[in-house]
Design a protein around this ligand. Structure first.
Ligand SMILES: NC(=O)c1ccc[n+]([C@@H]2O[C@H](COP(=O)([O-])OP(=O)(O)OC[C@H]3O[C@@H](n4cnc5c(N)ncnc54)[C@H](O)[C@@H]3O)[C@@H](O)[C@H]2O)c1
Ligand SMILES: [Zn+2]
Length: 667
């Protein structure tokens, strides 16, 4: 008991300290997952020892104190937090608990909504006009930020279609992933600490006394509820979401009605699977009893309503110690600092390395060996160090210094003005050659079976393989005698190498690993140049004439093909029977293979459906939002945010005319 009381005290102290940093300073030093674990431990402890109950416990309170610099707003009805579920079973017990409480089955369904990682705000509309905006604060009293909220473009200043005398809309102000990345770049350049997550970034941006600063931040808004549904006439949450949509609010498209808790679980799995493809961060799913009458019967506890729960996704961040920084030489000679971390589990995977991108990033983040750092691993993205926590330093930490010479070959490193990448430009650098080889044989290159990274390293160490050219003169006997090899594997590799002697030109180009020439640019080049020789003769202007090939790619190609060693290598490859071939030209209908199009704005000559069909008929794909995989955006009349996004992400943007010209159709 005494021990439990001590632990409860410890937990409350720690939670209060972290909550202060998170809610008040917008600068947490542990990840949300770690915070949630402390919080859950306290909940469990208080449940096991009811005598430890304390109205001041963080488990009884919502959020943090409002900042004093702002006017304070008392919410007419409290803005509560949510209880958490961490497993499917937690969700099932949530449903059972409610059914027991009501003594009847919940047969009117649930609303399952993405849990946006942003800041909760309340917007008060009187006679359809926005009159007051505030933060959640401690749940009863928040900060008055009307002027700041007015700068958020997606918040309507007037309601459309509906006009209740009073409507208190609640929702989340958030920042898209791109927006956050850009803001953090700026923070770092100014020597400020980056925001750990979109929520802290949104909070930090809204709680600016000067609304013109807020206006510069890429904030967005999603509505998910109202304080009191009575004035809307809606009887269900899902109905209310439609109402809010009609009133002019952005409402999540991932919010759905679910008949029962199993359907909720199925939706969760789907949401979880696609979360990393969304433009914004979601940290879980909020499940609400759909019927307002039932919600009312269930009521609320001090910190959260009984009728809703947040089912959290596995965390994407964790804090750990930076043990060392290694410098890795890539196939283009780029030297990348890599953080070596005390292994930590994030979303089921052990993370022990994370990229630090480049020298500037390293400097700006001011990392020291032995620092505690916040690490993020989201989806397939390479884990990265978000920031260090200088507050936890003890003084013995040592700064990380970018090397002046290549760690693999000792050549002096260069960093051309204006570039962020430090490079080893020694074309004989073994680290680069080896990586080029690995790339050449990989799936992104010629996909030569049996020659993965490990076997290439083995062949290299055995002195059999030093460069791409060596691939085509591998000796069967020597291969056969390698440890772990035999006749069969030797023959298999030789056959695979033989089969890779006539790759399509685009594959071959992508395999060479020329800077800025990935699969898509390689495909574009192949379409314009029938052979490698034609391409090698191309001038910069000719290259720039190709839609989609930009300055950097053109320069990189010219530089590559005029390098003496490259000329020698290509000659040797040709001597050894490697002859890449351009694809047959008569496959005109597949002209858009590998390309992904987004249409936005109004088209004049074609209908949307027609335009989409034209793309599909030519082997291209259609996407509805501008994501990483999108290659082309066709912007018509009044194209809006998608066009902006496309421009920001450097996609090829076409007018309708240009699109028609590209596919060779005249209307
Ligand atoms: N890292 C740290 O040091 C630290 C400290 C304090 C809190 N935290 C994080 O904050 C969380 C607690 O914050 P909280 O009390 O705001 O709870 P919460 O963020 O877990 O859940 C409540 C909030 O969810 C949001 N929400 C998003 N989508 C919603 C939807 N569709 N419907 C309803 N609400 C929706 C609302 O803003 C609401 O206020 C913790 O779980 C932790 O992850 C972290
Ligand atoms: Zn080198």
């Amino acid at each position: 008991m005494e021990q439990a009381a001590r632990r409860a005290r410890e937990l409350r102290e720690a939670i209060d300290a972290h909550a202060y940093r998170y809610y008040v300073l917008d600068d947490p030093i542990i990840s949300d997952g770690e915070y949630d674990r402390l919080f859950q431990e306290l909940i469990d402890l208080e449940a096991a020892y009811p005598e430890l109950a304390d109205p001041d416990s963080p488990t009884m309170r919502v959020g943090g104190q409002p900042l004093e610099q702002f006017f304070q707003v008392r919410h007419r009805l409290p803005m509560l937090s949510l209880e958490n579920a961490f497993s499917e079973d937690d969700l099932r017990s949530f449903a059972e608990r409610l059914e027991r409480f009501l003594n009847r089955p919940i047969d009117s369904g649930y609303s399952a909504e993405p849990k946006l990682d942003g800041l909760a705000v309340e917007l008060v509309y009187e006679d359809g006009r926005l009159v007051l905006g505030s933060t959640r604060g401690d749940g009863s009293v928040g900060e008055e930020i009307t002027a700041q909220l007015r700068t958020v473009a997606s918040i309507p200043l007037h309601l459309l279609q509906v006009k209740p005398a009073l409507l208190e809309v609640r929702g989340e102000v958030y920042m898209e992933k791109d927006g956050l990345a850009r803001l953090n770049e700026r923070q770092l350049t100014r020597g400020l600490s980056p925001f750990a997550n979109p929520r802290n970034a949104a909070a930090g941006s809204l709680r600016q006394l000067d609304p013109s600063i807020t206006a510069q931040r890429p904030l967005r808004f999603f509505a998910y509820g109202v304080a009191d549904p009575a004035p809307t006439g809606c009887r269900r949450q899902t109905e209310l979401l439609d109402y809010l949509r009609r009133a002019g609010f952005p409402v999540s498209r991932q919010a759905v009605f679910c008949r029962d808790i199993e359907a909720v679980i199925a939706h969760y799995r789907q949401l979880n699977g696609g979360r990393h493809d969304l433009a914004f961060e979601i940290d879980g799913m909020v499940v609400k009893i759909d019927e307002f009458a039932l919600q009312q019967r269930l009521g609320s506890k001090s910190r959260a309503p009984r009728w809703a729960i947040a089912y959290k996704f596995a965390a994407t961040q964790a804090s750990t110690r930076l043990l060392n920084v290694q410098f890795q030489v890539g196939r283009t000679g780029a030297v990348t600092p890599v953080a070596i971390l005390e292994p930590v589990t994030i979303d089921g995977a052990t993370v022990s390395r994370a990229t630090l991108h480049n020298e500037d990033e390293l400097r700006r983040k001011d990392l020291r060996i032995d620092d505690m750092v916040l690490v993020q691993r989201a989806g397939d993205v390479i884990p990265e160090v978000i920031k260090s926590v200088p507050d936890l330093r003890v003084g013995s930490e040592t700064p990380v210094i970018m090397p002046t010479h290549c760690p693999a070959c000792g050549a002096e490193l260069v960093r051309p003005g204006g570039e962020s990448i430090t490079r080893c430009i020694n074309s004989l650098c073994p680290a680069q050659r080896l990586r080029s080889l690995v790339h050449y044989c990989s799936k992104a290159g010629l996909d030569i079976e049996g020659l993965g990274k490990k076997s290439i390293q083995q062949l290299h160490q055995a002195g059999l393989l030093d460069s791409i050219v060596d691939l085509y003169t591998l000796d069967r006997e020597a291969l056969r005698q390698l440890p772990g090899w035999g006749e069969k594997s030797a023959d298999k590799v030789l056959a695979a190498v033989e089969a890779a002697k006539h790759p399509p030109l685009s594959r071959f180009l992508a395999a060479l690993g020329i800077r800025y020439i990935g699969e898509i640019n390689a495909a574009l080049l192949e379409r314009h140049f029938p052979s490698l020789d034609d391409l090698r003769r191309a001038t910069k202007d000719e290259l720039l004439d190709i839609d989609g090939i930009g300055e950097q790619a053109a320069d990189s190609l010219i530089a590559y093909f005029t390098t003496e060693q490259v000329g020698e290598m290509l000659k040797l490859l040709a001597d050894r029977g490697v002859h890449p071939a351009a694809a047959e030209r008569d496959h005109e209908e597949m002209a858009l293979a590998d390309l992904v199009f987004v249409f936005t704005g109004g088209l004049e000559k074609l209908s949307r459906d027609e335009a989409k069909q034209l793309v599909k008929d030519r082997g291209g794909q259609i996407a509805s939002t501008v994501t990483k995989t999108v290659t082309h955006v066709v912007a018509g009349e009044k194209a809006g945010s998608k066009l902006r996004k496309a421009e920001e992400m450097g996609k090829t943007v076409l007018t309708e005319e240009q699109f028609l010209a590209l596919i060779g159709v005249s209307v």
